[in-house]
Ligand binder design. Structure first.
Ligand code: TXA
Ligand code: MG
Length: 326
């Protein structure tokens, strides 16, 4: 049985509107993959550069044939079997019928099968794959709750409510170049998990090269305050010890362990990322805490480094991008 909200959302999509919906990673801003007019609206609403392509979301493997030119390789099949539905996005040669608007001028298409009942039911009910970037204005932290989407775009944008998302970070994006797997965007599926399925080393795309993934060119996910990443708790303690002399409101975005290790003067705004040994918890909290800081007067936020293994790779990627100067 499909509920009234899902029915309304599917109808809006069929009529060429844009609708926000939850996935297991973050909320997406969706349109039918075959509706260039609606896709243009997505770019407009987000203020997104038109050369930054979208991810297509499918609910069944049969839908792949609408989107891709060639049969997937055995390696791609193994990854789909292992991680779909789930937060792994794979890059394929695109089917000639896919509108150019989806792919930002590239001849490839990014695809994943989301692991969220609302996302999948919405795709089923609409009857076609949905393209969906994150439901945030370009550059802002990604939304992990329907309230974030409402705050960003107002009540006029129809959003299916799913509460907080389970993962809180975007999907991992993987491409094969000359049969070599390369992570274009670290995300919710770790490099180690992919390597264990492929039994092959997976490399990371180097930010200095011409980006294979156009979205990686931009400063990203940033809170309004300037984010600083400290290498040690002592570095943060030094900042705090000089705090009285600073004119600006200061925020801390740290693990519970680091918060407890510091002597923090009154007036500093503290937000916890959670238990440092639980990187899933840290991942879930990043965007939500960025957004929470945007509702304060804080101008500088200090955060810490996390180990770059497992989910730590994606966590550090988000923190680094957010800390870049404009
Ligand atoms: O978890 C996610 O992936 C979320 C949810 C909504 O599914 N979506 C998401 O979409 O993060 P977005 O638009 O915020 O990020 C898509 C990224 C961009 O960096 C874009 O450049 C890259 O995917 N991308 C899309 N198509 C591509 C392609 N053909 N080749 C390389 N990168 C591509
Ligand atoms: Mg995004």
């Amino acid at each position: 049985m499909i509920n009234q909200d899902l029915y309304t959302a599917a109808k809006l999509l069929q009529e060429g509107q844009v609708v926000a919906f939850p996935t297991e990673t973050i909320y997406g801003l969706g349109a039918r993959f075959d509706d260039p007019h609606a896709i243009k609206k997505i770019y407009e609403i987000k203020g997104r550069p038109s050369n930054n392509p979208l991810i297509a979301h499918i609910a069944t493997l049969e839908q792949l044939s609408l989107l891709i030119r060639d049969t997937p390789t055995p390696e791609q099949y193994r990854l789909m079997e292992s991680f779909w539905p789930g937060p792994l996005t794979l890059i394929f040669a695109k089917h000639p019928n896919v509108p150019d608007e989806v792919c930002g001028g590239l001849d490839t298409i990014a695809i994943r099968m989301p692991d969220h009942p609302i996302a999948r039911d919405l795709i089923h009910e609409t009857g076609v794959p949905l393209v969906a970037p994150s439901a945030n204005p370009s550059g802002c932290p990604s939304p992990t709750h329907h309230q974030h989407v409402n705050d960003y775009f107002g009540e006029d944008l129809y959003c299916l409510n799913g509460g907080f998302t389970k993962v809180g970070l975007e999907s991992t994006i993987l491409i094969f170049k000359d049969n070599q797997p390369i992570i274009l965007r670290p995300g919710a599926i770790s490099r180690e998990e992919i390597e264990s399925i492929l039994q092959q080393r997976v490399s990371l795309s180097q930010p200095t090269h011409t980006p294979l993934s156009p979205g990686m060119m931009y400063r990203h996910y940033a809170p309004e305050a300037q984010l600083h990443i400290a290498q040690t708790p002592a570095e943060i303690q030094d900042v705090l010890d000089q705090y009285q002399h600073q004119p600006y409101p200061l925020g801390l975005l740290l693990s519970d362990q680091t918060i407890h290790a510091l002597t923090i003067p009154l007036g500093v705004q503290i937000k916890s990322l959670g238990d440092k040994s639980n990187l899933e918890e840290i991942s879930r909290n990043i965007f939500q805490t960025f957004i929470a800081f945007d509702h304060t007067e804080v101008e500088h936020i200090w955060t810490e480094e996390f180990p770059q293994t497992g989910l730590g790779l994606a966590i550090m990627d988000k923190l680094r991008r957010a800390s870049q100067k404009e």
